[in-house]
Design a binder for this molecule. Structure first.
Ligand SMILES: Nc1ncnc2c1ncn2[C@@H]1O[C@H](COP(=O)(O)OP(=O)(O)OP(=O)(O)O)[C@@H](O)[C@H]1O
Ligand SMILES: [Mg+2]
Length: 254
């Protein structure tokens, strides 16, 4: 993208450092991320990927450095703060409630109340939640026959699609996906990759973490490589092959 420099990043990290006790998890991490961009975040086990996303989502508090959302410096005290600022994070364990319906899952923690006294008494508007959930999911290309089925009745791929659909429904700026295609079959993975593309079309910035390099090469616009807590490459996806990406991840051939 040639116009990148003139646009304001939706998310920017400046010189972020993070330690767990004496373990240095992130060292001087800086990057910018833009609306409508899918960024791959890759690195070996222990490279710092999860530490980085937990820092962006407010689970970890960095020792130093700055996080800016839409140009404003932010300090998260908890994940609620980053969510309120329009950042949705999907952790490896998707956080769906298996015994609830798809509609209830999409609105989990944000239940719609019924109008009037019933609403004030805490009654939720189940019908409109199911209806709106279907609309949300359809907008990002996810079609599930009956939303009043519980999540436990869905396949792994459908569950993951619902979890991502939910994140897209609430994210205003950034959506972070930690290994969303893990444990999925080829067809299910393809569905999830399609939903990621749809998030980009909705103008969101997607951070996609994966060890499956062909998926990363297929769906991203740019790839950031972490090694031992440092950003060692940040370049357009078209500059990488599986081999060169592996080389950057491992540091071999340098
Ligand atoms: N809660 C923790 N307490 C102490 N050290 C931690 C903690 N979480 C991560 N670490 C350490 O921080 C470093 C970065 O770990 P992190 O989990 O961010 O890696 P990762 O890139 O997500 O790896 P993976 O691909 O295996 O998920 C590692 O050295 C790890 O051992
Ligand atoms: Mg991790």
């Amino acid at each position: 993208m040639t116009t990148t420099e003139t646009r304001q990043p939706v998310l920017e990290l400046r010189h972020v450092n993070l330690h767990y006790g004496s373990v240095e998890a992130l060292h001087d991490v800086s990057f910018s991320a833009y609306a409508g961009e899918v960024i791959g975040l890759v690195g070996d086990n222990g490279a710092g990927k999860s530490s980085l996303i937990k820092t962006i989502s407010g689970v970890n508090v960095p020792d130093s450095g700055e996080i800016l959302v839409d140009g404003t410096r932010r300090h998260w005290r908890s994940p609620h703060d980053s969510m309120a600022a329009g950042i949705e994070t999907l952790y490896q364990d998707s956080g769906l409630a298996p015994d609830l319906s798809i509609g209830s899952n999409v609105f989990l923690g944000r239940e719609k109340r019924r109008r009037g006294l019933l609403g004030r008494l805490g009654f939720v508007d189940q019908t409109s939640m199911e209806h709106e959930a279907l609309e949300h999911l359809a907008r990002v290309g996810i079609t599930i026959p009956e939303t009043n089925r519980t999540v436990s009745e869905l396949s792994g791929g459908q569950r993951q699609a619902v979890a991502i659909g939910r994140a897209i429904a609430w994210a205003r700026h950034v959506i972070i996906l930690d290994e969303p295609t893990n444990h999925l079959g080829a067809r299910q993975s393809a569905e999830v990759l399609k939903v990621i593309t749809s998030a980009r079309e909705h103008g969101l910035c997607v951070l996609f973490i994966s060890h499956t390099l062909p998926h990363v090469l297929e769906v991203t616009d740019r790839i950031i490589v972490l090694r031992l807590g440092r950003v060692v490459r940040d370049a357009p996806t078209k500059e990488f092959t599986v081999e060169s990406l592996l080389g950057a991840i491992t540091g071999l051939n340098e």
